[in-house]
Design a protein around this ligand. Sequence first.
Ligand code: SF4
Length: 456
Amino acid sequence: MAKLSAIEIYKNLPKTNCGECGFPTCMAFAMQLANKQASLDQCPHVTEEAKQALSAAAAPPMRKVAIGKDEGKVEIGGETVLFRHEEKFHRPTGIAIKVKDSLPDDELEDKVEQINRLGFERIGEIIRVNLIAIEHSGTSPEEYAKRVEEIAKRTNLPLILLSQDATTMKAALGRCADSRPLIYAATEDNWEEMASLAKEFSCPLAVEGGDLESLASLTEQINQTGVEELVLAPTSEDMLGYLEKLTLIRRLALEKTFRPLGYPVITFTDTDDEDPFQEVAQAANSILKYGSILVMEGMEPWRILPPLTVRQHIYIDPQVPNAVEAKLYEIGEPGPDSPVLFTTNFSLTYFTVAGEVEDCKVPAYISVMDTEGLGVLNAYADDRLSGETVVETVQKQGVMEKVNHGKLIIPGLVAVLRMKIQEEGGWEVIVGPEDAASIPRFLKQEWPKLKSAKQE
Ligand code: SF4
């Protein structure tokens, strides 16, 4: 069915603005429906006639699925666009680490502890791993279930149970179904048993298939049993084929509203320790090409940080400036002879500069100007960053009254502004490094000489 506009949807709503759907007006609700960010059943007053007219068009093209419970819950799917610039991606890829149930007790304990702590602070945000996938590697069903139970006790992260044996899965679900793990996976051979477990334990179910036609027919069959929270698990011999399938699934779901493939997707890295860098490359590809969950083998910080960083970038809303508050920041305990650096309020710029200043342990002031989240060069090209606006910002923040050297350090990328700032502000302007990585050397080696040097 063709996509309906908010106005067309609104015509079918009760128009009482009662707010029971969670939106203040029927029009606001209609707009969310048109953007596929709400579902029609949120309005308790919609008539049967309107339901028929709207339900097919209003259903999100990709279903939302929740794994886990409460605060640690990971929600995936519900995406509405192929490309981030069209609107934004809504639910960040859940990143999981795979552990084998055959590991000795102490190793398994250690591994789970490490996964629990696996997070980094980046651009003012904690980015971390979200799930643990437990692989059944040939132990007895009871042994696997025991391992799953132990891990569930040691973590708040949601679990993915990796076993295609229904007896083993049933034993494991008997120990942890309360935490709503993802069951992996239903296949052509076991789908009836797995679907019945998903129904019995109210857990989401992954559906694995090699070609998209059989994957679609499996999801339809499982759907008919009443299991609706599904996650697609396409398989392929190589990375190229894998990426083609991931792209096709997304296109069919969003552009053609093909319901049998309208589910989030789980992806796996497929590598061995002989080339661990390959895993990093595969992980980044999976995040970029629509993986809603990514299961990784390795868990060293150097291997995990790149995919976490890619995810952070891809899931930032491109319509919202990625900015920090524009104000005077104090790093360490700066005094009258501390350096004053100037930069813009693009988050990445600010946190990179602040991080380098912190690392070199030279207390400093950082005067941050509001450029609506633009970096230094973009703000200069856009005319927001000029001699006048720099002077206006620095004066407003009163930083030059806090220091005794009258010197302002500007980014090397806008050295061209030096004379203008000097004339307008009356301070000595020092051209700093072009890249943040050179700041520590500059502050430790150059600044001690520069701060007492007389202006030419
Ligand atoms: S619950 Fe229904 S009638 Fe009430 S505001 Fe929402 S859409 Fe309108």
